[in-house]
Write a protein that binds this ligand. Structure first.
Ligand SMILES: Nc1ncnc2c1ncn2[C@@H]1O[C@H](COP(=O)(O)OP(=O)(O)O)[C@@H](O)[C@H]1O
Ligand SMILES: [Mg+2]
Length: 252
């Protein structure tokens, strides 16, 4: 595993990533943050999927400030953070339709990066919900995060895209430590199968053995939580996917 150190790398900074969109990255990020908060951790969720900023939408929030205000220089990074009281964690909301973080001017990107690193002093975990795929932002931030939790689903395309994602990042050391979270599995065996397929490819061709963080079952209550714009852990903490999220958070 690549563990070359970088001065900016923080063990508190963790990215939720994927090769493919629509695998439940944002949904997992929101619920993992709440699970970590329930364990007593101080958590900041950063919505870094600027094109499709949707942490606030999934949670029905209308934050007074978002990343747009930071990028325009209107407020410092720390002042754009808002509290999600119900979940017990903090959020820096993205701004939908503002393009990709990778389109940012270097000075703006430095604001974001500096802000994130600064916040690792105040929080136990700073979790980045990054856009799908390997854009420049993901690459740029991957030298700061200590871990990238790659979300996959048992679908073949999600697996191949996740493999490609890991391959590209691993080719440019220092790469973060990769962990795998399987979402939307029919059952534990289905999730294990997906993980093992990806693991085998990573071991054979990349000499990497990413750990399994957890398997989240496909659950109607998950979709329902998004429709009602609340976290699953608030809406239905005993549902199968909520139980799985709590177990996965224990391994983060
Ligand atoms: N475990 C799950 N079971 C059922 N549906 C899920 C699950 N996780 C996510 N979803 C659904 O997947 C869709 C995409 O989720 P989202 O978090 O927006 O994905 P991404 O951020 O990867 O694009 C959501 O509409 C959500 O309802
Ligand atoms: Mg998303």
């Amino acid at each position: 595993m690549t563990t070359e150190t970088n001065t900016a790398r923080s063990p508190k900074l963790l990215a939720i990533a994927s090769g493919k969109g629509g695998v439940g990255k944002t949904w997992c990020a929101v619920n993992l943050c709440q699970a970590l908060a329930q364990q007593g951790k101080r958590v900041l969720l950063f919505d870094g999927d600027l094109g499709l900023a949707n942490v606030d939408i999934q949670l029905g929030l209308t934050p007074a400030k978002d990343l747009g205000h930071v990028l325009s220089g209107a407020v410092p990074f720390a002042d754009a953070i808002s509290r999600y009281e119900k979940g017990g964690f903090d959020i820096l909301a993205g701004r939908s339709g503002s393009g990709s973080l990778s389109d940012l001017a270097p000075a703006q990107f430095a604001l974001v990066r500096g802000g994130l690193l600064e916040q690792t002093k105040r929080y136990d975990r700073v979790i980045l919900d990054l856009g799908a795929g390997i854009d420049r932002t993901v690459r740029a931030l991957s030298s700061d995060v200590s871990r990238a939790v790659v979300i996959i689903t048992p679908e073949p395309t999600a697996l191949t895209d996740a493999y490609a994602f890991i391959k590209v990042l691993a080719a440019k050391p220092p790469a973060p430590e990769f962990q795998i979270l399987v979402n939307m599995a029919d059952n534990a065996a289905d999730g294990e199968r997906a993980y093992k397929t990806l693991l085998k490819a990573c071991q054979s061709f990349l000499n990497l053995s990413p750990q399994l963080v957890g398997i989240i079952r496909r659950d109607k209550a998950a979709a329902q939580s998004i429709r009602s714009q609340t976290s699953l852990l608030s809406l239905n903490p005993k549902s199968p996917a909520a139980v799985d999220i709590l177990a996965a958070a224990g391994r983060l």
